[in-house]
Ligand binder design. Structure first.
Ligand SMILES: *Cc1c(COP(=O)(O)O)cnc(C)c1O
Length: 386
């Protein structure tokens, strides 16, 4: 069955008693045992819970994995995954990384003796130089946020396998609708489901999908032991959001492409970073390994002085952190999402004070372009340029 059909039908044929088309919220933490030594399959809700289970099975299936685990946030999912590692272990990690993941690795995992090196995941020579016998895994974001750098997943996952390392992919930006890294060789997928999967800027959640029985069992143990699991109400909300993922992703992509092309023609803009644009360095790899493009991109202004007035004058587009929802949001990565990344690394990857990130929603592209145009005009007027 095609992915659009599987998404729309999440949970709809699972409830045998009433036939409810929307799978119910089982708000229960304890489950009655039929008799000694018997279980309905549910014992205590941290370990397994009915509404969450339906979501987890759907996630595993959509990502072509063997098991899914729903967590209370994307960071909870990453914490659970990183708990696979032990004192002395080392990780390779994408250079242009989500700020919260960098903070978790540098401020918390280091306390447990797990260290990370940040590398351009297209530079196999640089990666070879950083690998030691202690290097257990590589964590890849593709596209990265905010600079939208693309990693060739097939190439890097097979390189990692040859070194005996696990490949972990944060697939938040593309979702399984556009990209399925396990099919390209990855072992573990993580999601901030708060973003496109939930899609409505109203539920905080994370997902993990594992490939292979041993890894799936290890992750089930960690998920239950750490306990950063998703509750039944939020599991239901996430499934409700995922049912429309296909429609939303197509509209996000169409809007983002139209707006990125419009921005390229604007005289306030130095460059637009979006893999759908032919001049983007990752364009060809992205087209090969994914069936579409995400709805976020970044753009660099010619003058940092435009930033403050633009953020003050946008009306339809909200000045807010986060991404992936139906409402358009704009962020200033250098002071918001990426503030925890040292200035030196930020400069190296290009997250500077002229860079804005746009999470394009599903409003009409013409209205979004009109909002940007009036904000740019107002900024220029205030600076005496128009
Ligand atoms: C938001 C985000 C996270 C963290 O997820 P939360 O749900 O906010 O905890 C991790 N990775 C990426 C790529 C993100 O965008």
């Amino acid at each position: 069955m095609k992915i659009e059909s599987r998404l729309a039908q999440i949970g709809s044929i699972k409830e045998p008693v009433t036939g409810a088309v929307s799978f119910p919220v089982y708000q229960a933490t304890a489950f009655r045992h039929p008799k000694l030594g018997e279980s309905t399959g549910f014992d205590y809700a941290r370990t397994k819970s009915p509404t969450r289970s339906v979501l987890e099975e759907a996630a595993a299936q959509l990502e072509s994995g063997d098991a899914g685990f729903a967590c209370s946030s994307g960071m909870a999912a990453l914490t659970t995954v990183f708990s696979l590692f032990e004192h002395g272990d080392h990780l390779l990690v994408s250079l242009d990384l989500y700020g919260g993941t960098y903070r978790l690795l540098e401020r918390i995992m280091t306390k447990f003796g797990v260290t990370a090196s940040y590398v351009d995941t297209n530079d196999i020579d640089a990666m070879n130089q950083l690998v030691t016998p202690a290097t257990k895994a590589i964590l890849i974001e593709t596209p990265t946020n905010p600079l939208m750098m693309i990693t060739d997943l097939e190439r890097v996952c097979s390189w990692a396998k040859s070194k005996g390392m696990l490949s972990i992919v944060d697939n938040t930006l593309l979702t399984p609708f556009f990209q399925r890294p396990i099919e390209l060789g990855a072992d573990i997928i993580v999601h901030s489901a708060t973003k496109y999967l939930g899609g409505h800027n109203d539920v905080l959640a994370g997902l993990i999908v594992t490939k292979g029985q041993e890894l799936s069992q290890q992750m089930a143990f960690l998920h239950n032991s750490l306990g950063a699991v998703l509750g039944p109400q939020d599991s239901w909300l996430l499934m409700r959001g995922m049912k429309t993922l296909a429609l939303r992703m197509e509209r996000h992509q169409a809007n983002a492409t139209a707006i990125a092309n419009w921005l390229l023609t604007h005289d306030a803009i130095e460059d637009v970073y979006y893999p759908a644009l032919p001049h983007h360095p990752g364009h060809d790899v992205q087209n090969r390994q994914s069936s579409g493009n995400t709805g976020i991109f970044s753009f660099r202004l010619k003058n940092a002085a435009y930033v403050e007035p633009i953020l003050r004058h946008i009306k339809l587009i909200a000045f807010a952190e986060s991404l992936g929802g139906v409402e358009s949001l704009m962020t200033y990565p250098a002071v918001q999402t990426h503030a925890d990344i040292p200035a030196e690394i930020r400069q190296k990857i290009g997250v500077d004070d002229r860079l804005l990130r746009f999470s394009v929603g599903i409003e009409h592209a013409d209205d979004l372009i009109a909002d940007l145009a009036q904000a740019f005009d107002a900024a220029k007027r205030e600076l005496g340029e128009a």
